[in-house]
Design a binder for this molecule. Structure first.
Ligand SMILES: [Zn+2]
Ligand SMILES: [Zn+2]
Length: 263
């Protein structure tokens, strides 16, 4: 069974684990090697079991610890050409270049790298398929393009960015230029954009959504909770909240048994 866990989620560092039982993948590492290795133990992951590290883009909250954890675990790094030439992987030993919008297999997981609108060189986010289940990771994008919506329309479980509340960002402490960057078309999804994406999915709404990359300055879990409340009470959607300090513990798509029990 495909499952997902996070070591931490937010602007200070991101690292997400995807595991099929046989194959373990790490998406990004914005944490130092020592902290990362300690947190892997908490999630019951043997660092030597990581088969590959997938980079989404070169911002330091995603790539900062990638080279170090690759050296510590021996796992190769998969990244787009733009991420590779950003200079952030210069001292890495094992780098595999991937094409945006391609699908490739690592062990028994099929990985699709989806192009997203974000202010990095060649940013992608990832969808994972194993057996009949699909799990998506979608953070760090300024708008939900048609391309993104189509690509993520079959997920059973989705880690989705609820970065900021627009009003909290406006009134918050960030300098004006940073506010413009965060809320811009190549910045981050605000709560309403993330909710609109879920609404657009209609019948293809995933059974489980993890709200992630939640800004500690410009958002709050209870704000996201009250926004999602109507959707949760009118569908069988389960929502989990990822935090900067803890990430979230292992979660799997609902089994077909669980779904038919609700239906
Ligand atoms: Zn980020
Ligand atoms: Zn970013």
């Amino acid at each position: 069974m495909l499952r997902l866990a996070s070591v931490g989620s937010g602007s200070k560092g991101n690292a997400t684990l995807v595991c099929s039982g046989e194959t373990t993948l790490l998406v990004d590492c914005g944490f130092g090697a020592r902290e990362m290795l300690a947190r892997l133990v908490e999630l019951d992951v043997d660092a030597a079991d990581i088969d590959a590290i997938l980079v989404t883009h070169e911002h330091s909250d995603h790539i900062g610890g990638v080279t170090a954890i690759s050296k510590a675990t021996g796992a190769p790094i998969y990244a787009t050409h733009g991420s590779i030439i950003s200079g952030k992987l210069e001292s890495a030993r094992r780098v595999v270049e991937i094409a945006s919008d391609s699908t490739f297999a690592i062990g028994d997981i099929d990985v699709t790298a989806v192009t997203v609108p974000h202010d990095a060189r060649e940013p992608v986010q990832y969808i994972f398929q194993h057996a009949d289940k699909q799990v998506g990771v979608l953070t760090d994008l300024g708008t939900v393009s048609e391309h993104v919506l189509r690509a993520y329309s079959r997920c059973d479980l989705l880690l989705l960015e609820f970065n900021h509340d627009l009003e909290m960002l406006r009134r918050g402490p960030y300098p004006a230029a940073l506010k413009r960057r965060v809320s811009g078309d190549f910045g981050h999804l605000n709560n309403q954009q993330a909710l609109a994406m879920l609404n657009s999915l209609g019948d293809d709404l995933p059974q489980v959504v993890i709200a992630g990359h939640i800004s500690e300055q410009n958002n709050a879990i209870d704000v996201v909770e009250s926004l999602l409340e109507p959707m949760i009470s009118s569908t069988d959607l389960t929502v989990i909240y990822a935090t900067q300090s803890q990430g979230f513990d292992w979660v799997s798509p609902k089994s077909d048994d669980d779904i038919s029990r609700v239906a």
